[in-house]
Write a protein that binds this ligand. Structure first.
Ligand code: 5GP
Ligand code: ZN
Length: 114
């Protein structure tokens, strides 16, 4: 998608701090971290949100989770970590390219405040 921010990050058109990459997945540091470790994992192929996951493309989700577990180990998040994927406006999704936030490095508290 030519006007998608994360497609531009994957292609290198917009710079990012790369953490991990394989054939189907790219991971980079969030520009506005809310935890000591805050990394975004995205599929290289554009999917707008978790609502767009289907039997044709869902393999990328398991690949991304494998990557997340690997990076969490590398970052020594031994006390625990959280994965979040906001889907749609009510969830606060702001970039409409599927992504998974990996958060950790401190006690994360409750997930929703109301
Ligand atoms: P969402 O709110 O859609 O779940 O998450 C989007 C995330 O993308 C936010 O945490 C935001 O800080 C991050 N973000 C937005 N623009 C950029 C950018 O240009 N570079 C990077 N590295 N992260 C971004
Ligand atoms: Zn995209």
């Amino acid at each position: 998608m030519s006007d998608c921010l994360f497609c531009k990050i994957v292609s290198g058109e917009i710079p990012s701090k790369k953490v991990y990459e394989d054939d189907c997945c790219y991971a980079f540091e969030d520009i506005a971290p809310v935890a000591p470790v805050h990394i975004l994992f995205v599929p290289k192929k554009h999917i707008a949100s978790a609502a767009g996951i289907n039997s044709e493309n869902s393999e990328v989700v398991s690949k991304i989770y494998e990557a997340i577990a690997k990076v969490a180990k590398e970052k020594k998040l031994d006390g625990g970590w959280r994965v979040v994927s906001n889907c749609g406006a009510d969830a606060g999704q702001t970039v409409f390219h599927l992504h998974f936030h990996l958060l950790g490095g401190k006690p994360l508290g409750v997930m929703c405040d109301d």
